[in-house]
Design a protein around this ligand. Sequence first.
Ligand SMILES: Cc1cc2nc3c(=O)[nH]c(=O)nc-3n(C[C@H](O)[C@H](O)[C@H](O)COP(=O)(O)O)c2cc1C
Length: 215
Amino acid sequence: MTVSPNPVKSSTYLEAVKHRRTVYGVTDNVSVSDDRIIEIVNEVIQTLPSSWNMQSTRILVTLGKEHKKFWDAVIAAAKPYILEQQSQEDWKRNEDRFQSFRAAYGTISVFEDHTAIEKLHEKFSKFPLTVFEGFAEHSNAMHQITLWTALELEGLGASLQHSHFVPGVEDGIRSAFDIPSTWSVKAEIVFGALSGERPTAPGKEPVSNTVKIFK
Ligand SMILES: Cc1cc2nc3c(=O)[nH]c(=O)nc-3n(C[C@H](O)[C@H](O)[C@H](O)COP(=O)(O)O)c2cc1C
């Protein structure tokens, strides 16, 4: 049997992994085409693994004016809750943050479809549903990091957001983009053109505290 060489070196892959950063303050003046962004999303969802191949991840891509509409929906849904439950200062802080995301070019929202999770649970009902919900979260996070990294390898800046944690925001996104009620959003990846230097990597715990090796 001949062993074919791996098409990509692990060092190349790790360089890509290390390139990804949380980048804020991005703009909508991007030079990457919509087609390329959509191609990345399609390749990622067609490639990433899921528990027993359940494929419960769903993705909403909003670009250009649809991205602005996305953040207008977030702002409209978050404002009454934050003003009522928190304070004017909290709203001002949040509004500035939401407006900085709105100034970007695109948002990729990554959902899980509960229908697909329940379908797999029916097949393996001796395990609790929470097992499959957990696996769905794992697979969803794999999609998130891959999309985030791929966008930055295109020269864009991106950050991972969870604006749907504000009550009412998830429903606002659902109604603005006709999202089925069985889809629940896990994260929003906001991306656009860099407006300055890329940030440097944050410090990490020494591996002696975080890795155990026996050999
Ligand atoms: C699971 C997870 C959730 C995160 N949630 C947010 C978030 O809601 N908003 C945000 O601005 N950054 C968020 N981040 C970004 C982290 O703060 C950031 O990844 C971390 O500080 C390390 O910086 P780096 O991304 O440049 O490596 C999140 C990151 C992870 C992995």
